[in-house]
Design a protein around this ligand. Structure first.
Ligand SMILES: [Zn+2]
Length: 135
């Protein structure tokens, strides 16, 4: 039972260089992001350290073996992230349509925008409504 899982790189990860938090290797070419299952803390690691921590390869594994073992995991995570982004997009589109219907009444989106004072005004009202909900 491994205590880590691989996750997508944080959105701002490319803005700076990362060192492997397991062995200290500096300026990783392609950092792998691991997350502790226990406390949710995430950190970058080199491919070899990551594959070993994930128990995908034995501690004696070479870099190439580690990269090969990580590849399908990285692909699965990327696919899951795409699916989640698509769901989020669908959810957002449905919320936007529901907002237009509730605040401008039925009709084409063009008509609804006009009733709300134009697209920008409609978006501003939508954002304001969401902020109120979240507050
Ligand atoms: Zn390392």
């Amino acid at each position: 039972m491994t205590n880590f899982k691989m996750i997508e790189a944080p959105k701002d990860a490319h803005l700076r260089e990362h060192d492997c938090k397991i062995c200290g290797h500096e300026r990783l070419r392609k950092p792998v992001w691991l997350q502790s299952v226990e406390d949710g803390v995430h950190f970058p690691a080199g491919a070899r350290c990551a594959a070993i921590a994930l128990q995908l390869v034995p501690a004696t594994a070479k870099q190439k073996e580690a990269e090969k073992a990580l590849k399908p995991v990285a692909e699965r995570i990327a696919a899951e992230a795409r699916a989640a982004a698509y769901e989020e997009h669908k959810r957002e589109a449905a919320a936007w349509e529901a907002f237009l219907l509730a605040s401008a009444g039925p009709g084409s989106m063009q008509d609804q925008f006009e009733r709300l004072g134009g697209f920008s005004a409609a978006r501003a009202a939508y954002r304001a409504a969401n902020e109120t909900k979240e507050a």
